[in-house]
Design a protein around this ligand. Structure first.
Ligand SMILES: [Zn+2]
Length: 202
């Protein structure tokens, strides 16, 4: 199974920052994605960054890259996690919304299995933090027609690691402990998913 990690946005993306400017989402997503990527590779998994560039590669191009890997390896042998940070507003004001969540595209797809693994890892590793789970359709992920999820053929989900415009959430996001926990939940969730897929094939 090939793991693709997408780090949302780019250096020139407007907004997408904490009100105090301490967290720039493109940079934070890249830091987390590259740490997750390094750890997966260190543990022997085949992982790569979808957008190694600092610039905001368009969603169409991101999806084209995913499609290229899917056509080479088969879509069932590829999974995609798009790593983001949430915001309640536009980066100019503080809010109180907080919590971790994971999105899949609408309907039951392979992405739901991947999301389940990530949600379980998040609930365990971020124990005591708010989980923004939506069980209305029987599973914990939220559903949305994000472009990166609805224009890719492999199992795909998008994580929001907390809220950059909530002071308490930001403090955790920027702490060494918070970063390590966010990296760990992605690594562990992805590994559980990848291992469950290789068992299915046996
Ligand atoms: Zn984002």
């Amino acid at each position: 199974m090939k793991i693709l990690l997408d780090n949302g946005h780019g250096i020139e993306t407007p907004g997408k920052r904490s009100p105090d400017g301490r967290l720039l989402e493109y940079a934070y997503n890249r830091e987390i994605a590259s740490r997750v990527n390094n750890e997966l590779q260190r543990r022997g998994y085949s992982s790569s960054l979808l957008v190694p560039e600092l610039s905001d590669v368009s969603l169409a191009e991101r999806c084209r890259r995913v499609g290229h890997v899917c056509s080479e390896l088969g879509r069932r042998n590829v999974c995609l996690v798009s790593i983001h940070v949430n915001a309640a507003g536009r980066g100019d004001k503080w809010y109180n919304a907080t919590g971790w969540c994971c999105y899949t595209s609408k309907g039951q797809t392979e992405g739901d299995k991947l999301a389940d693994c990530l949600c379980q890892a998040a609930a365990r590793i971020l124990h005591g933090h708010k989980m923004r789970f939506d069980y209305s359709d029987g599973d914990p992920d939220q559903e949305s027609n994000f472009y990166i999820l609805s224009h890719t053929a492999c199992g795909a989900c998008l994580t929001e690691s907390g809220f950059m415009d909530c002071r308490e959430s930001l403090k955790f996001l920027l702490s060494d402990e918070g970063k390590a926990a966010i990296v760990q939940l992605h690594v562990e969730g992805i590994i559980v998913y990848v291992n469950s897929c290789s068992t299915d094939e046996d």
